[in-house]
Design a protein around this ligand. Sequence first.
Ligand SMILES: C[S@@+](CC[C@H](N)C(=O)[O-])C[C@H]1O[C@@H](n2cnc3c(N)ncnc32)[C@H](O)[C@@H]1O
Length: 390
Amino acid sequence: MTLPATPITLEALRFFRTPQGEELLTEAAALGTDELRASQILRTRFPADLCRAALALVQLRQTAREKFSLANHMYFDREGLEMASREEISTYRANRFQDCQTVADLGCGIGGDLLGLAARFRVQALDLDRVRLEMARLNLRAAGLDAALVQADIRHFRIRADGIFLDPARRQAGRRVRSAEDYSPPLSFVQELRRSTPAVAVKVSPAIDEAELPTDCEVEFISAGHQCREAVLYFGPLASTSRRATILPGPHSLASTPCPAVPVAPPGSVLYDPDPALVRAHLFDELAGRLGAWKLDPQIAYLSSDTFTPTPFARGYRVQTFLPFNLKKLRQFLLHEGLFPAEIKKRRFPIEPQELRQLLDLPAHGQGVTLILTRIAGRASVFICVSATK
Ligand SMILES: C[S@@+](CC[C@H](N)C(=O)[O-])C[C@H]1O[C@@H](n2cnc3c(N)ncnc32)[C@H](O)[C@@H]1O
């Protein structure tokens, strides 16, 4: 869904807090998705700019429900919502500051992280953007929380706190930037912060280049809903390992430890598809050690074993058949066995799942199976599997 870019001004925020403004928001929410019709109805009673802002906010609140349980009572602008940390992650991450009394939230935006931090600590929150700060204030209030909010440039503000959480903006003129040195403020600014406050955590893109990751910190990849959502760098007393993968809800955390390299061997009767956070953190050896599993190929992230051990760090599959990939033969095999691909997964395989589904052109009846497509020792291969539960 394309989110509305309509600016929500301080005046609009102020109006929304009045009884008339609340009435406008309630009516805008009740009018449904036909924006033109809604706008025509509302404009008979309210100024046009406030109607546009109300309709935009209603749409943003709907989208925000995926991130925040209090979304219907919160305030957002499009970018602020897109950049905001989801509630389950900010709550989890706040626990990492457990030895601090006071925390500075630098670049607090609409307050996604602030909600998690302010529930546990005394927080000073900074942002350059006056409107976002006001949204953060209202969002804290909606949750019954409070913090000291300051409009200031992080780079020129003297921070006094036991711990710092920095979430730099990763966009310029609405576009995502790739390099961590193009963030605002850039990643290297961390070194300046650490001079006065050793306990610093920084949120970075989960797609950050390995080469840009500092070596003197813990790097944690966090996934929720089987997607790697965030990467966080922890410095000083906040760091407790070099790499960590954390899966929410849980939290289930796997940290890097010295362990033997996972061996490579032919497929067994069980296949594991590691969680994306674990793949990003390169914790295969640690996971394989726990599962008694091995790799199928040095380059491929699937693990295999002959016994299934349930784990939050990977999805497990029981292998029914393993074949070299050949479209015609795969189709014939599935048809003959009365199977259809309920799920298709791939790693380092040239055909996209949706394209393969179309090429196979199979009726959706019979037994649903998972097809896992990959390359083993340079050969395209397919596993026909069912999900392992026990
Ligand atoms: C990624 S967003 C923060 C999202 C927030 N942690 C949340 O969960 O809602 C980054 C914020 O940093 C602010 N920002 C960027 N550069 C800044 C600077 N030099 N000083 C203060 N704030 C800054 C932007 O206005 C933006 O709101």
